[in-house]
Design a binder for this molecule. Structure first.
Ligand code: NDP
Length: 271
């Protein structure tokens, strides 16, 4: 019997996950069906339990339910515990296992796909919301020289440093206005790009040796990537992160890691 998976969110109609997982399944020969599931804003848990009762095997979770998915899980991965949010659920033996694959998806896209080393590099992380929180641990595991978290609201960046910095940590917080150094990697994890705004990062952060990454993706480069490119930086948007976090979920569910490049190239053509 075909194993069933869904991506749960509200709204959900825009999600590309069904197309991505259909291609992963085709490529690996795994017999799965993957659909969108619109949960009412006050009905996440009921929707999940209904899906499990109907024989569902796993789910991806997106906005605004990642915190509720964290609370619902009976068992959590270390990285889900660190982030406090879950984007991947696996249902087995009457138990709910929760994981978070966003951060590892970003790091794989930067290190493996773009070929940019995080190890030993100076990283500037813009933003201190859910997306930023999710990538700090996987970035730290790469052993960068330093990670500066810059956020409009400094207290939120301070909170992340307090949570993730242990001992002699490379992690620190800053206001945008206090940034004067050049960085090897600049990651935009703010939601500014959604409204075509630019986070107030100074031009001095970029050089021709900088790699700039925007977690947002689209047919055209974001204003952030346009600015970074204008200062000579190599740029990349978040489409690869989307595909890599999906591949990691697929691995958790099916035990096989799909080849992401053809799926990434196909999705790029659809934008
Ligand atoms: P949150 O709402 O949790 O956080 C938003 C962050 O953006 C805050 O740090 C906020 O600062 C900052 N911000 C918002 N507007 C501006 C602005 N105009 N200038 C400077 N800073 C600003 O959002 P998320 O962390 O959940 O999402 C952030 C982005 O990451 C989204 O664009 C989302 O699409 C993307 N994303 C991409 C993924 C992928 O697979 N490619 C996966 C997950 C997320 P303050 O604290 O001061 O309000």
């Amino acid at each position: 019997m075909t194993d069933r998976y869904v991506v749960i969110g509200n709204p959900i109609v825009h999600s590309k996950s069904p197309q991505i997982h259909a291609r992963f399944a085709q490529q690996t020969g795994e017999d799965i069906a993957y659909d969108r599931l619109l949960a009412p804003l006050d009905g996440f848990e009921a929707s999940v339990r209904d899906f499990i009762a109907g024989g569902g095997c796993g789910a991806n979770v997106t906005v605004p339910f990642k915190l509720e998915a964290f609370a619902l899980a009976d068992e959590l991965s270390r990285r889900a515990q660190a982030v406090g949010a879950v984007n991947t659920l696996k249902f087995s033996g009457g138990r709910i296992y929760g994981d978070n694959t966003d951060g590892v998806g970003l790091v794989r896209d930067i290190v493996t796909n773009a070929g940019v080393a995080v190890a030993g590099s100076r990283v500037l992380l813009l933003g201190a919301g859910g997306a930023a929180r999710g990538v700090i641990l996987p970035l730290l595991e790469q052993q960068p020289e330093r990670i500066v978290i810059a956020n409009r609201t400094l207290s939120k960046a301070d909170e992340l440093v307090a949570q993730f910095a242990q001992g002699d940590s490379p992690l620190s917080a800053a206001r945008f206005g206090d940034l004067h150094d050049r960085f090897d990697i600049v990651i935009n994890a703010t939601s500014a790009s959604l409204s075509a705004e630019l986070p107030p990062v100074p031009a001095s952060a970029f050089s021709s040796a900088t790699f700039a990454y925007d977690m947002m993706y689209g047919a055209a480069p974001t204003v952030f990537l346009q600015m970074a490119a204008a200062h000579g930086a190599q740029v990349r948007d978040g489409l690869g992160m989307l595909v890599e976090q999906a591949a990691e979920s697929f691995l958790i569910w099916r035990g096989v890691r799909p080849d992401t490049l053809p799926v990434y190239q196909w999705l790029r053509e659809q934008l």
